[in-house]
Design a binder for this molecule. Structure first.
Ligand code: TMP
Ligand code: ASP
Length: 254
C-alpha cells in the first residue's frame, strides 16, 4: 500500500498521516462489509471507483459552498483530506422508503416520503450503530445544539443538490449517510462534510427500472455488484478520459 504512518483503519478505508500537518491521506479499499461487519467480502475495483465518485461529488458540493474535508485526489486509490475531528454520529437522509426504515415500520420499499427524513445513529460498530436523538447527542457531548443546527442545514442542502444531480443522470437518490467533522483553523472551528459519498453509503436506483446501483447489491446478494458501481461512475462521466485503465473489471455490455 504505502509507507506512510497509518492513523486509522476502517472497514472500507485506511487513513495515513498526510504530507503536511493537518492533512491525512484517505486510502480506499475494495473491502466491503454489511450488517456491522457480519458480512464481509471484496468488490473488485470499488476503491478506485469510490475514490473518484467521492472526489467528484465533494468537488461539486464545494462549488455550491458546502465545506468539505476534501483537498485533492492523489492517485487511483488515495485522496488528500484535511484532518478533522470526526463527530461520532452517522446522519442518514431519506427521500424514499427503503432499508431499515421499511423494516422498522413494516412498510414497502419504494414509496416516496411526504418530506425528507433526517435520522441520527451513534457511530459504534460494537453496538450496531444505535439510532439516537438530538437529546442523546447533546447530553453525551458528541455535538452541541449549534453543531447539530449546522449539520442539519448542510445535510438538507447536500440532499437537495445531490437529488438533482443524480436525477440528471437517470438515478433516484433514495437515501444516504453522511459524516461530519470539526475543522480547526486558528481559533475558528467549522463543521465540514467528511468521510466519503459513494454507492457504499447511498441508495441509488435507476429512475426507469428501479434497478439498484449501490451496495444493496452486495448486502442482498443481487449479483453484478462491480457493474453497479461502474455504472454510477460512467453516468457521472468519470469512466472516460483514460479511466478505463483504472478499473480492471470488464465494462458492462447492455
Ligand atoms: P439503512 O436503511 O440500512 O438504515 O441505511 C440508510 C442509508 O445509510 C443507506 O443509503 C445506506 C447507508 N448506511 C451506511 O452508509 N452505513 C451504515 O452503517 C448503514 C446502516 C447505512
Ligand atoms: N457499513 C456497515 C457495515 O459495514 C453497514 C452497511 O453499510 O450495511 O457493516
Amino acid at each position: 500500500m504505502t509507507r506512510r504512518k497509518q492513523i486509522y483503519e476502517g472497514k472500507a478505508k485506511v487513513l495515513f498521516e498526510g504530507p503536511e500537518p493537518g492533512t491525512l491521506v484517505q486510502y480506499f479499499k475494495d473491502d466491503a462489509t454489511a450488517f456491522n461487519n457480519q458480512k464481509k467480502g471484496t468488490i473488485t475495483g470499488k476503491g478506485v471507483l469510490n475514490n473518484r465518485i467521492s472526489e467528484y461529488l465533494m468537488l461539486r458540493l464545494a462549488e455550491i459552498g458546502v465545506p468539505t474535508h476534501f483537498v485533492r485526489r492523489l492517485n487511483m486509490r488515495e485522496q488528500l483530506v484535511k484532518q478533522v475531528q470526526i463527530i461520532p454520529v452517522e446522519v442518514v437522509i431519506r427521500n424514499v422508503i427503503a432499508g431499515s426504515l421499511a423494516k422498522r415500520f413494516g412498510l414497502e420499499e419504494g414509496g416516496a416520503l411526504p418530506r425528507s427524513i433526517v435520522e441520527y445513529y451513534y457511530k459504534k460498530d460494537e453496538l450496531g450503530d444505535p439510532m439516537v436523538s438530538e437529546e442523546h447527542i447533546t447530553a453525551f457531548g458528541w455535538a452541541s445544539t449549534q453543531d447539530l443546527d449546522d449539520i442539519m442545514q448542510l445535510s438538507l442542502r447536500v440532499n437537495d443538490f445531490l437529488t438533482g444531480l443524480f436525477l440528471g443522470i437517470g438515478i433516484r437518490l433514495i437515501d444516504f449517510k453522511l459524516e461530519f467533522g470539526r475543522l480547526y483553523e486558528g481559533d475558528e472551528m467549522r463543521i465540514v462534510l467528511a468521510d466519503e459519498i459513494s454507492p457504499d453509503n447511498c441508495r441509488l436506483w435507476d429512475l426507469k427500472t428501479n434497478e439498484k446501483l449501490d451496495k444493496d447489491r452486495f448486502r442482498r446478494d443481487l449479483g453484478k455488484v462491480e457493474e453497479a458501481y461502474q455504472e454510477v461512475a460512467r453516468r457521472l462521466g468519470l469512466l472516460n478520459e483514460g479511466a478505463s485503465n483504472d478499473v480492471r473489471t470488464p465494462q458492462v455490455v447492455k
